[in-house]
Write a protein that binds this ligand. Structure first.
Ligand code: PGA
Length: 252
């Protein structure tokens, strides 16, 4: 068993209002207040961050954003939110390079890298997402895709910076589809990522980095996934919206 503390993270995507956020926390916090085995993180939409931060104050639940712009200085960037602003709002983490951003909003490995660097410069924990699409898996390219995403989006980070990130492996075909990767498939991808980390940053860094699995994680499949030695937590979309369900995932 590894010494890595699991991180159980919820990605709310474009769901919930501030009032619904407060309601969620009211039900969720008592269910996880004794959950010291894992770090717990909720990533709501920007407009809900204030409500989440205020509801989570003094608890063991951290709040993060789902994206940040790479420019860290204030400026004329209509519609963008900077990492220092997210930090100032009381967040401690940010999801970077989610496949929905890659698919719908032109996110590339190059912009993933810039956003990650901005998050780190602002003291946020970046949760950097990688993962292959269905056609890439079916044509046997999973490891090539992970290698490219790692090499171009993550590996340019300094060793000091790398030590401060979390990686999330999210096979695109498993996101929101109900088609979870088998624990063995996920474990293979996690091993592949950890060996890429080892080749670039060395054995200690590879043993230290937390690699989360994401894609149709539910209360009834989380245990099998978390039993894999290389899986250090979950990034949960749909199933993180329900306080009771997500608490049971956190307490796998
Ligand atoms: P899902 O989403 O759990 O709804 O499949 C996971 C994610 O996109 O982070």
């Amino acid at each position: 068993m590894s010494a890595r503390k699991p991180l159980m993270a919820g990605n709310w995507k474009m769901f919930k209002t501030p009032a619904q956020t407060a309601e969620f926390f009211e039900k969720f916090l008592p269910l996880v207040s004794a959950s010291t085995h894992a770090d717990v993180l909720i990533c709501p939409p920007f407009v809900d961050l204030a409500a989440a931060v205020s509801a989570a104050a003094g608890s063991n639940v951290a709040v993060g954003a789902q994206n940040c712009f790479w420019e860290t200085k204030e400026g004329a960037f209509t519609g963008e939110v900077s990492a220092p602003m997210i930090k100032a709002a009381g967040c401690s983490a940010v999801i970077i390079g989610h496949s929905e951003r890659r698919q719908f909003f032109g996110e590339t490995d190059a912009t993933v890298l810039k956003r990650t660097q901005a998050a780190l410069a602002s003291g946020l924990l970046p949760v950097v997402c990688v993962g292959e699409r269905l056609e890439e898996r079916e044509s046997g390219k999973t490891e090539d895709v992970l290698r490219t995403q790692f090499t171009d989006g993550i590996a340019p980070l300094s060793a000091d910076d790398f030590a401060k990130i979390v990686i999330a492996y999210e096979p695109v075909w498993a996101i929101g589809t109900g088609k979870v990767a088998t624990p063995e498939m996920a474990a293979d991808a996690h091993r592949c990522l950890r060996s890429l980390v080892e080749a670039k940053y060395g054995k200690d860094a590879a043993q230290a980095v937390r690699i989360l699995y994401g894609g149709s994680v539910k209360p009834d499949n989380v245990k099998g996934l978390m039993a894999q030695v290389d899986i250090d937590g979950s990034l949960v979309g749909g199933a993180s919206l329900d306080p009771v369900g997500f608490a049971s995932i956190v307490n796998f």
